[in-house]
Write a new protein. Structure first.
Length: 52
């Protein structure tokens, strides 16, 4: 029973930290254009100096 007095507040703090981390990532635009780098490999924007 004594361990619950420690584990419950720690788990609540952990949940709030996870929620804050997700909120921060969304508001800092970390999830914008997720497929940009995956699609950039198909672009033909190479310079002529890279071609042999």
């Amino acid at each position: 029973m004594e361990t619950l007095y420690l584990l419950i507040p720690l788990s609540v703090i952990l949940v709030f930290l996870i929620i804050y981390g997700l909120w921060w990532a969304v508001h800092r635009d970390q999830f914008d254009k997720l497929d940009k780098h995956g699609q950039s490999i198909f672009d033909d924007n190479e310079d002529a100096s890279h071609k042999r």
